[in-house]
Design a protein around this ligand. Structure first.
Ligand code: AMP
Ligand code: MG
Length: 487
């Protein structure tokens, strides 16, 4: 395991030069202090978890110190925001500090979010507040623990620096890790600014570093685009299966690696609601829960447009046609497993749809329903869950279909069924009210709750002693929290 000064850098993106990013130094936070760190993320850098508690850790990730080999850069990109094209975005408050490679030979981007103004800050102050930094930290580590591809978070550093949002808050930084921070919007930027040479350089960079196996294909760029489609379809299938609503699926927030990225007003569903909108400035519901599926395709076609210099329009269209079937296959596969099924039948899609409709009509807790369904054999399980439904006749009809379907699936013991189902149905998810409790405590200087919640969420499928309060439906006050977009 390594000490902090033993990280090894290899800054491949910075070497692309000034057309791709601008050198900017982090602006330090006052009185930086560790709020929370992720041991699992530390391990990705081979870091000894004990270093998180040393003062130099908070200085490094609070913008006071830098490694000699770090090369902090603000990346330039653009993107479609709520359907409209914004010609220039870029890292307005985050810096790519450099790329570190670990003993396994994996490169990880170190991205410091909330590091101050850059040439891309537009009207913003370059800062992030404690509240949003904690939310990003908890969400990225929780999604990863659920098996949903995501950027990771190493730590949150708090401070006494005042930052003005709707009210005065405190500045913070979150150190984000990802194998790449390249977004759909990077390709769009070079396409729409008509810089074909740089766009080709970017495409080569992504192909060489992130999709080297596509080199073997007759049309490497097309193979790469197909792979991006496949990964996005799988990621969104997992969001839908686990009730995750991203909230701001602009193309500048979509990763070319198909990882969940740039957390804003995201939410996990409490009650199942297909029409749920977690972003309060999304008045038309463009990014509502169920719209995430078609928006995934919309975003991929925006990327396709930017790839027209490399790939024929016909080939791009054909590739885009893969998205929905891939999505449906991944989604159905996961939902079958959530229902405890091990085989596939034609009618499973209808079984899932009917259940979701019943849950929607009765406001049933999405996470707890599946967890409880796996607690015991189908007959007693559905009998116990019945009380949560208003349309009892509807639920009874569904339960009959379900029991018959499970019987055809093959027989296993109650214990086998429980083990299999609990391994895919989390007991603990990052409910908005749980995040809010942790934030409220942290804002008054008590970081124990955010640390405990992070611990609990790092093993979402395992029942943990004494942690019952994290596996409850939200109290009334926590049901429809307004999550501010100004983060
Ligand atoms: P987001 O909606 O967080 O993905 O951000 C969209 C764009 O606004 C990106 O270019 C961000 O870097 C920029 N941005 C967001 N918040 C700030 C801020 N407080 N200061 C500067 N730029 C920001
Ligand atoms: Mg963004």
């Amino acid at each position: 395991m390594k000490a902090l000064d033993e990280l090894t850098f290899d800054n491949r993106f910075a070497r692309l030069g000034d057309a791709f990013s601008t050198h900017v130094l982090p602006e330090p936070l006052d009185e930086p202090r560790l709020v929370v760190a992720s041991n699992a993320a530390m391990a990705l850098l081979d870091l000894d978890p004990a270093v998180a508690e040393t003062p130099v850790f908070a200085e490094l990730f609070g913008g006071h110190k830098l490694w000699a080999e770090a090369e902090p850069r603000a990346m330039v990109y653009s993107g479609h925001q709520f359907g409209g094209y914004t010609p220039q975005l870029g890292d307005g408050r985050g810096l790519l500090l450099g790329e570190v490679y670990n003993a396994a030979g994996e490169h990880w981007d170190l991205h410091l979010k909330g590091a101050g103004m850059t040439p891309y800050s537009r009207m913003g102050d370059g800062r992030a507040v404690l509240r949003s930094s904690i939310r990003e930290f908890l969400a990225s580590e929780a999604l990863h623990a659920l098996g949903i591809p995501s950027s990771r978070a190493l730590c949150v550093i708090g401070s006494s620096t005042p930052v003005w949002r709707e009210k005065q808050e405190r500045g913070a930084m979150v150190l984000r890790l990802a194998r790449s921070h390249i977004r759909f919007g990077h390709f769009e930027y070079f396409y729409y600014t008509k810089k074909p040479e740089q766009q080709a350089e970017l495409a080569e960079h992504v192909l060489n570093l992130h999709y080297p196996e596509c080199r073997e294909q007759p049309e490497p760029y097309l193979a790469m685009f197909r792979e991006i489609i496949e990964r996005n379809a799988e990621m969104i299938a997992k969001w839908q299966a686990y009730g995750f609503c991203h909230g701001v699926m602009n193309t500048d927030n979509m990763s070319i690696l198909g990882i969940t990225f740039d957390f804003g007003p995201f939410a996990f569903l409490d009650d199942f609601d297909a029409h749920f909108i977690c972003n309060h400035s999304d008045h038309e519901g463009r990014y509502s829960f169920s719209n995430q599926v078609p928006i995934g395709r919309w975003n991929l076609s925006a990327l396709a447009q930017a790839l027209t210099p490399f790939i024929s329009v016909d080939a791009l269209k054909e590739a885009l046609g893969l998205y929905l079937p891939l999505y449906q296959a991944h989604y159905l596969d996961l939902m079958r497993r959530r229902l405890g099924l091990t085989t596939a039948e034609e009618e499973d899609q209808t079984l899932v749809e009917r259940l979701l409709k019943l849950m929607q009509n009765s406001g049933v807790d999405y996470t707890l329903f599946f967890r409880r369904l796996g607690d015991e054999s189908p007959a007693p399980a559905v009998a116990r869950l019945r009380d949560d439904f208003v349309d009892l006749a509807g639920f009874d009809a569904w339960a009959e279909l379900y029991k018959a379907r499970v019987a055809r699936d093959g027989d296993d013991t109650e214990a086998q069924r429980r083990e299999r189902m609990h391994a895919v149905n989390p007991l603990y998810i990052l409910r908005n009210y749980l995040a809010q409790n942790a934030i409220t405590a942290a804002e008054s200087g008590d970081y124990s709750e955010v640390r405990r919640l992070h611990e609990v969420l790092s093993k979402p499928f395992e029942e943990q002693a004494g942690m019952e309060q994290y596996a409850q439906r939200p109290p009334d006050w926590g049901k429809h929290l307004e999550i501010s977009c100004s983060s």
